[in-house]
Design a protein around this ligand. Structure first.
Ligand code: KG4
Ligand code: ZN
Length: 353
C-alpha cells in the first residue's frame, strides 16, 4: 500500500486544531489552540466571536503542525478538513485555509464529517478494529449511537432528542460555579470524586422509551432544581465556597454524573442488542467524543460492553476531545479508497466555499 501523509484541520467548535498523520498510524504532530479562556470570560460561544478567534490563530496552528512534523506542504499527499457538522462561520475558517494550501500546492482535498472522525480515530488507536463495529459518540453538541458496517456505511441506532450529555456536564459545571477555563466536563468529574453519588435522587431519563435515544434536557432541569433546593448559590465560584457548601456541590456533581451515565448505560445495552440482531459478527464498541475521556464513564461503559461479550475501544483523552488527528486519519481512510476532491483553483478568492 502507498504511504500517505495527511494534514488534518478542525475548526467546527471552540478548538482550532491541526495535525499531520501517516497512513501507518504514526502521528507526526498534533496542535490544539483552545478558546476555553475566552468562553469562560463571556460565558458561552458566540459564533462571530468564535470565528474571529479561529481566524486569529489558524495560520499559526497549521504552521506549527507542519513544523513539528518536519513536513513541508509539498510532501503532503492531501489535506483533510472538517466540513460539518458545526458552526458554519467557524467551519468556514478551516475550509478556507485547507483550500488555500491545497490550491497553492496542487493537493487533493478530503472533506470530513466531524462525528465520523470521532468514531474512525479508534481505528488508528486499535489496529485490530475492523468493520463492522458499534460507536457511541458522546460530546458537547452530539450524542449518537451507530452501527458502522463499513467505511461510509453507518446505521444510526439512536441520537439525542434534545441536549447532548456534554452540554449537561457543561451547564451543571457552570451552575455549580466551577472553573470554566477548561471545559465543564473535567471539572465535574473531579468534583464528583468528593461527593456522595446517592445523595440526590435524580430520575434516569427516558426509562419508559424502549428505543436507543437519549435525552439530557430533563436531567439538566432536575439539576437546576436541586441546586435551588440545596440553597447552593449558583455561579458563585467554588473557590469561594465554605466546606459545607463545597460538599453540597460535590454531592450534586456526583449524583448528576451517576444518573447521566446510568442513562448512557441503559441505552448502550439496548443498542448492543439491536446491533447484534442486525449483525452478530460485531466484536467492538467504540466510545469517543469529549465525554468519553471521563474515567467514570469509561469504566461503567466497559462493564456494559464486556457483559455483552464485546470489547470497548476508547481513544486516549487527547483523541477523544476535538483534535486534528482524527480529521487527518479520517482523511486517510477516505483518500486511500479514492474518495477525495481534486485540488481547488490557485488564488481562489476568500469568499468562495
Ligand atoms: O468532542 P468534543 O471535544 O467537542 C464536541 O464535538 O462537542 O466534546 C466536548 C464536550 C464538552 O461538553 C466537555 O465538557 C466534555 O466533552 N468533556 C467531558 C470531559 N472532557 C470533556 N465530559 C465529562 N468528563 C470529562 N472528563
Ligand atoms: Zn467533537
Amino acid at each position: 500500500e502507498v504511504d500517505i501523509t495527511m494534514l488534518g484541520i478542525e475548526t467546527s467548535c471552540d478548538d482550532t486544531a491541526a495535525a499531520v498523520v501517516r497512513s501507518n498510524g504514526e502521528i507526526l504532530s498534533q496542535v490544539v489552540s483552545s478558546q476555553a479562556e475566552l468562553l469562560a470570560q463571556y460565558g458561552g460561544v458566540a459564533p462571530k466571536m468564535a470565528q474571529e478567534a479561529h481566524a486569529a490563530v489558524i495560520d499559526q496552528v497549521v504552521q506549527d503542525a507542519l513544523d513539528k512534523a518536519g513536513v513541508r506542504e509539498k510532501d503532503l499527499s492531501a489535506v483533510a478538513v472538517t466540513i460539518g457538522p458545526g458552526l458554519s462561520l467557524c467551519l468556514h475558517v478551516g475550509v478556507q485555509k485547507a483550500r488555500k494550501i491545497a490550491g497553492s500546492f496542487n493537493l487533493p482535498l478530503v472533506g470530513v464529517h466531524h462525528m465520523e472522525a470521532h468514531a474512525l480515530v479508534a481505528r488508528l488507536v486499535e489496529k485490530k478494529l475492523q468493520f463492522p463495529f458499534m460507536a457511541l459518540l458522546i460530546s458537547g453538541g452530539h450524542n449518537l449511537v451507530v452501527l458502522a458496517r463499513d467505511l461510509g456505511h453507518y446505521i444510526q441506532l439512536g441520537t439525542t432528542i434534545d441536549d447532548a450529555i456534554g452540554e449537561a456536564y457543561d451547564k451543571t459545571a457552570k451552575w455549580l460555579g466551577l472553573d470554566l477555563r477548561r471545559s465543564g466536563g473535567p471539572a465535574i468529574e473531579e468534583l464528583a470524586l468528593e461527593g456522595d453519588a446517592k445523595a440526590i435522587k435524580f430520575t434516569v431519563p427516558m426509562k419508559q422509551h424502549k428505543d436507543c435515544n437519549f435525552s439530557f434536557a430533563g436531567l439538566k432541569n432536575q439539576v437546576r432544581l436541586a441546586i435551588e433546593a440545596q440553597n447552593v448559590t449558583p455561579e458563585i465560584p467554588i473557590s469561594a465556597a465554605n466546606s459545607k457548601e463545597r460538599s453540597a456541590r460535590a454531592n450534586i456533581a456526583a449524583s448528576f454524573q451517576r444518573v447521566a451515565v446510568l442513562h448512557l448505560e441503559e441505552k448502550c445495552q439496548r443498542a448492543i442488542e439491536w446491533a447484534l440482531k442486525i449483525d452478530p459478527s460485531i466484536k467492538y464498541l467504540v466510545a469517543s467524543g469529549g465525554v468519553a475521556s471521563n474515567k467514570y464513564v469509561r469504566s461503567r461503559l466497559k462493564q456494559v460492553v464486556e457483559k455483552n461479550g464485546l470489547q470497548l475501544v476508547c481513544p486516549p483523552p487527547s483523541l477523544c476531545t476535538d483534535n486534528g488527528v482524527m480529521i487527518a486519519w479520517t482523511g486517510i481512510e477516505h483518500f486511500r479508497v479514492g474518495r477525495f476532491d481534486p485540488p481547488p483553483p490557485v488564488n481562489e478568492p476568500d469568499d468562495v466555499k
